[in-house]
Every structure is written in structure tokens, then in C-alpha cells.
Design a protein around this ligand. Structure first.
Ligand SMILES: [Zn+2]
Length: 325
């Protein structure tokens, strides 16, 4: 089975890629397993990768719920928290930016995935202007831009703010070669998130060419589909609450649809999250400025486990390992 091959590889990596602390955790887990003689085959010891505290680079997370924010606020190893624009009301966003800064971390704002003409009264540039009006304390330190339209839409407002807000362009804007990166730089990009479509070798080539700092996504349920309509009912009847709906694919696997009805769009998420934090050697070979954990549908408890390095029993490598083995 693919799953078992995968665990074998992980175990092999542990010998050279992991900190002593990590090895300690794994050894402890294995001895606990051998002590429990009953159901030995049914209960698998948890596999650990790097914990957020192990990274020698900046750790960033994105959150979409109060529970997730609470789970990361007091963790010293997290240096920057992105709040998802579509997951919180404008008032809450302004408020939470202050909360994050008070906790001694940098506050980031991740813009929505789709901005339509129907959102005229709810535009990202208006939100930023409202934040600026409240004063510098309520402005984000960093903004994560997810579409070209957004880059142009917020550019004027960003140029007007007294405080510098650094612009990171997400993997959704496809900075996958030198030419694309040049164009993104003209649109104001100061940092990029590594494209999720490229494999490890392609990413290595890209970082040499780019001349721009990168963040690497090491955890998150990747979107399989995004659609600009209301999954609940017609938009006119929508209550504009955000929800998570459960769907099943043909194999019976549960997938989640994240409905951002603040703006009536939704994303169907991959059932298994992308995990790269148990491949620290490969991630660090890309010389990132930061690693990022994207939390979407996780409970606060799962957020903590992920940041402590526990590898979920079902996960995916995305394109990272394609053509490598
Ligand atoms: Zn809706």
C-alpha cells in the first residue's frame, strides 16, 4: 500500500533529518507501543515531524476561526498570524489585529480568494482604509495577496498608509518562473509563497532565480475547487454566515466544503492535508524566509497537535515529491 511505503520513508529520514528532541519523542512513542500488548497491530504510534519550535526560520500560520486563533496566540514559536479576510467580520478583523500585536507577534491579513463585482460594499481596499482610520495599531504588518485583481485593488491604499505593510503573493498567483516573478515584482510583490504545483527540484531552481524571499507552505488542506457562488441557496436568501459542509467523494472519503458566505464563495478542500513538516531537510534546502501552516477546518486541538509536529495518519505530499523517487 502507498501509505506503508510512505511511513517507511519517513522513518528512514528520521535517522538523518531530525533533532534529538524529535528522535526522543519517536523512541518514547515506540516503547509505549511495545508495552501495550493488546491491539498492537490496530494502534499505531504517532509519527512526528518537526514541531513549529524546531524551525530555524520564521513560523507563520493562517487561521479561519476563533478556536484556531486561541490555539496559536500564546505559542512563542509562531511569529506571524494571518487572519483570513473572508472568515471574520470586518469589525472582528480590526479587533483581532490589535490582539495579535498585543501578544508580541506580527499580524497578517490574508485577502479573500475571489473578489466579485457584487462585493462593492465589501471591498478589500475599503477594509484596509477602515483599519488605517482606526490607527496604526489596527493595521496589519503584512498582507497576503491571492489574486492579480487584489494586487491592483489594494495597491493605492497600501501606498497611502503611513506604516509600511509588506506584500506577500500567495501560491494562487503562480510565480512559477523567472518571468512570472518579474511581473509579480512590478505588481508590488516583496515576498512570495512557493507554488504548490512545482516539485522539490523545480522549487530549488526557482529559489535560485527568484531573488525574492519565500515562504513555504508546510501544512494545510489544499483547495481542490473554488467557486464564486453560494452553496447554501441563492445569494439573495443567504444569511451570510460562514459554514463547513461535509461531502463524500466516490471512494467514500469525506471532503469539506468551506463556505465563506461573508462574500458567498466556497472552496472544496482536499480530504487529506498537505504535510511537509516531516521533511525538514528538503524544506530548509529551499532556503525559505519562513514556513507557513494554513489552518482551515481544524479544531484548536488539531492545531496544537500539528504545531507540536504530530503527522496526521492520512496526508498528502502534493506535487513536492513528484518525479523524485
Ligand atoms: Zn451565501
Amino acid at each position: 500500500m502507498a501509505r506503508q511505503g510512505h511511513i517507511g520513508r519517513d522513518d528512514r529520514r528520521k535517522k538523518d533529518g531530525y533533532s534529538k528532541k524529535e528522535r526522543g519523542k519517536t523512541i518514547k512513542a515506540s516503547s509505549e507501543r511495545s508495552l501495550s500488548k493488546t491491539k498492537e497491530s490496530a494502534v499505531k504510534a504517532p509519527v512526528y515531524g518537526y514541531a513549529a519550535a524546531d524551525w530555524p526560520v520564521e513560523v507563520r500560520v493562517s487561521v479561519e476561526s476563533d478556536a484556531q486563533l486561541q490555539a496559536v496566540l500564546d505559542r512563542k514559536e509562531v511569529q506571524l498570524i494571518y487572519l483570513d479576510e473572508a472568515a471574520f467580520s470586518d469589525e472582528t478583523l480590526i479587533d483581532y489585529i490589535g490582539t495579535i500585536k498585543n501578544s508580541g507577534k506580527k499580524a497578517g491579513l490574508r485577502l479573500r480568494r475571489i473578489e466579485t463585482d457584487e462585493d462593492k460594499s465589501l471591498r478589500s481596499d475599503r477594509l484596509l482604509a477602515a483599519m488605517a482610520q482606526k490607527g496604526e495599531r489596527n493595521l496589519p504588518d503584512q498582507i497576503l495577496i491571492r489574486t492579480f485583481d487584489e494586487a491592483m485593488l489594494v495597491s493605492e491604499t497600501l501606498n497611502r498608509t503611513v506604516k509600511h505593510i509588506s506584500r506577500v503573493f500567495d501560491y494562487t498567483v503562480y510565480g512559477y518562473n523567472k518571468e512570472a516573478i518579474l511581473m509579480l515584482r512590478e505588481l508590488g510583490a516583496e515576498q512570495l509563497c512557493m507554488p504548490i504545483e512545482l516539485n522539490f527540484r523545480e522549487l530549488q531552481g526557482l529559489t535560485e532565480d527568484a531573488g525574492m524571499p519565500y515562504e513555504v507552505l508546510v501544512y494545510g488542506h489544499l483547495p481542490m475547487m473554488v467557486s464564486a457562488n453560494c452553496i447554501q441557496r441563492t445569494s439573495a436568501q443567504c444569511d451570510h454566515q460562514n459554514r463547513i459542509l461535509k461531502l463524500r467523494d466516490r471512494m467514500g472519503k469525506e471532503m469539506k466544503a468551506r463556505c465563506y458566505c461573508k462574500y458567498c464563495y466556497n472552496q472544496i478542500l482536499n480530504a487529506d492535508p498537505l504535510v511537509l513538516y516531516d521533511l525538514p531537510g528538503d524544506v530548509l534546502a529551499l532556503h525559505p524566509l519562513a514556513v507557513r501552516y494554513d489552518f482551515t477546518v481544524e479544531s484548536g486541538e488539531v492545531v496544537k497537535k500539528v504545531l507540536e509536529g504530530m503527522v496526521p495518519s492520512a496526508m498528502t505530499r502534493g506535487h513536492f515529491r513528484h518525479g523524485i523517487e
